[in-house]
Write a protein that binds this ligand. Structure first.
Ligand code: IPM
Ligand code: MG
Length: 362
């Protein structure tokens, strides 16, 4: 029997409750697809800080690196906001994981399930059938650029500094991912930057254009300014197929797009490097306001596991089964609070897990 080593990092807030539902789906895949998952649990974020004094310990990092896939819940919470050393804040654990494993390609599909088209803040006809793939650069840009910091100014006052920095090689490797993905989908890439304001954006545009001309003329490429992209996302989101963008713009634009699909609680993500394990996490955060109350939507985490099956474990058939079960679950009317609308059935986190398991078993 094939056995996979999975590092499970539930994290903070709603992380542990949604990952508990993922474990149930994993057990189903073991039974139905004849594989075994050897799960090693680890701490990340605020809970790791409490236990180890750092948001990601060297031991956990080493375990994660040696596994076949890493499943993460969420990090952060008000008890740590502004209260711990900035370098040890919960988010720093996640950023360390991304950087250390060189997970440069963040895939964030924003799909609108038909059953949820009415839960969107936009009109149904604008979002029904929506299927966008964000390809966000994840290991560079202003998130990691040097110099950075807060410094005192000689004449009094202070300055906060961050640096947007991209090498041609970093741009080219993420652009490859976007073009390759587009070939398997709608064949179109919008590359979003701010070439009108930033040199890093000018280089981005030049390198994407060059790579396109050299290797991907079968894909349709359009350049779009990131602010216009934000506007177009809420105006006519279905014009997009693949959106290629940097770390910061990708963070912002993918949250906006997520909301179009009905709820942030629905969207999975995969972060891939060049070899080594991928990291799979929901796009949403730790939602401390609803943590521990059996209210959180586990679907983004479950769909992230489906992405792990597809991209790290070469189990596309099982991934299809999990995605189909989510579709079925939504069609059955089961809804956590974030996607509930009049006439649907309100369930808790574990109730949603029950519904997905039922759909998998049918
Ligand atoms: C995301 C999150 C993270 C980010 C935070 C938690 C560091 O917002 O994955 O989108 O900014 O990348
Ligand atoms: Mg974000």
């Amino acid at each position: 029997m094939t056995s996979y080593n999975i590092t499970m990092l539930p994290g903070d807030g709603i992380g542990p409750e949604i990952m508990a539902q993922v474990r149930r789906v994993m057990a189903w895949v073991e039974g139905a697809h004849g594989v075994s998952f050897k799960i090693t649990d680890g701490l990340i974020g605020g809970c790791a800080y409490e236990a180890d004094g750092v948001p990601l310990s060297d031991t956990t990092l080493a375990t994660a690196k040696a596994s076949d896939a890493i499943l993460m819940g969420a990090v952060g919470g008000p008890q740590w906001d502004g209260k711990v050393d900035y370098a040890k804040r919960p988010e720093a654990g996640l950023l360390r994981l991304r950087k250390d494993l060189d997970l440069f390609a963040n895939l964030r599909p924003a799909m609108c399930f038909d059953a949820l088209a009415d839960a969107s803040s936009l009109k149904r006809d604008l979002v029904a059938g929506l299927d966008i793939l964000f390809v966000r650069e994840l290991a560079g840009g202003v998130y990691f650029g040097e110099p950075r910091g807060i410094e005192d100014l000689p004449g009094g006052g202070r300055v906060g500094i961050n640096t947007q920095r991209y090498t041609d090689a970093e741009i080219i490797r993420i652009a490859h991912v976007a073009f390759d993905m587009a070939r398997k989908r709608g064949g179109r890439v919008h590359s979003a930057e701010k070439a009108n304001v930033m040199e890093a954006g000018v280089l981005w545009r030049e390198e994407v254009t060059k790579l396109h001309a050299a290797e991907y003329t079968d894909v349709k490429l359009e350049h779009i300014l990131a602010d216009n992209c934000a506007m177009q996302l809420v105006k006519a989101p279905k014009q997009f197929d693949v959106i290629l963008t940097d770390n910061l713009f990708g963070d912002i634009l993918s949250d906006a797009a997520a909301m179009l699909t009905g709820s942030l609680g629905m969207l999975p993500s995969a972060s891939l490097g060049s070899g080594g394990p991928g990291l799979y996490e929901p796009v949403h955060g730790s939602a401390p306001d609803i943590a521990g109350q059996n209210l959180a939507n586990p679907i983004a985490a479950i769909l992230s596991f489906a992405m792990a099956l597809r991209y790290s474990l070469d189990m596309g058939v099982a991934a299809d089964a999990v995605e189909a079960a989510v579709d079925k679950t939504l069609a059955s009317g089961a809804r956590t609070g974030d996607i509930w609308t009049e006439g649907t059935i309100r369930v808790g986190t574990d109730g949603m897990g029950d519904a997905v398991l039922k759909a998998l078993n049918n």
